[in-house]
Design a protein around this ligand. Sequence first.
Ligand code: ADP
Ligand code: MG
Length: 315
Amino acid sequence: MKRASQKETILVALGGNALIRKHQAGTIEEQLENLRVPMRQIARLSEDYRIIITHGNGPQVGNLLLQQESCTAVPKMPLEILVAQTQGQIGYMIESTLDSAFMKAGIGDKSLVSLISYVVVDGNDPAFQNPTKPIGPVYTTEEAGRVSFPVRLTPKGYRRVVASPHPVTIVEKREIKKLIEMDFIVVCCGGGGIPVIREGRAFQGVDAVIDKDLASARLAEEVGVDIFLIATDVPGAALHYGSPEQKFLRAMTLDEADGYLAEGHFLAGSMGPKVEAAVQFMRNGGKRAVITSIDDIEKAVAGRAGTEITRYHET
Ligand code: ADP
Ligand code: MG
């Protein structure tokens, strides 16, 4: 085991699918079980690396919205409150599975902290004029006509849409940096963080959702992590995804990534933001960015799995 001051830092961004798989209802047993594989690996990695964990919250915040829609006895809460709730619930699930993983591996004396995280967005971000991110339940045409927020027809049916502005800065970046320097494992920026607009010296929460991969890239830059690892439910980024010519990439340069993005290989809202986040981190001086499966986190750190986004071609 390395001393904290000699350790490199890894930021692991866990997909919402790491907690609830696409075919699952999302019971607590399912979520804790799904977390076991990534947490076992993260426990082992923490011996040699400082660790920051960020995570998605799509399925969890969707379930909270559905609960709100099905109940009239309790006042409805704005989205920022629901995001805060998911940061708490998922932070707790991550801490408890990671704690058991430490016990099983015989690793003692690790401190875990989950932070309620705020991410500053720009009130003039063009995303606010054009909400595109579908969230929460599907509505019938009749229901969609009655609700008090913008809705859009998606392939599943009518859904609420919110703005997805760019993350400007992570409010707690200094605190997170201090905590990892002390070798605390920090869980933060859940669901992309609670979006806030700066009004003088105060923050004001806004109804929006920040992409968790882009928020993670910004945090990775601001804290200066060594490895930015995006863990999801596929082995990496593929060309011609879902077609017979599908080919998972082991590496791509920044220029290649730009080209593939422009050609539409990586879908908006899923693989697209992951590749954009990795590219942004590397362009802003990052050392290593890799997109991999939650099953292969350790292999990817060792350079034996996933899609690496590189500055130059490997020689
Ligand atoms: P997460 O919860 O981890 O953010 P997403 O569903 O947002 O997961 O993104 C992962 C999904 O991206 C995969 O399950 C896959 O269906 C989809 N995807 C879209 N385009 C690609 C691609 N080119 N290569 C790999 N996966 C892709
Ligand atoms: Mg996603």
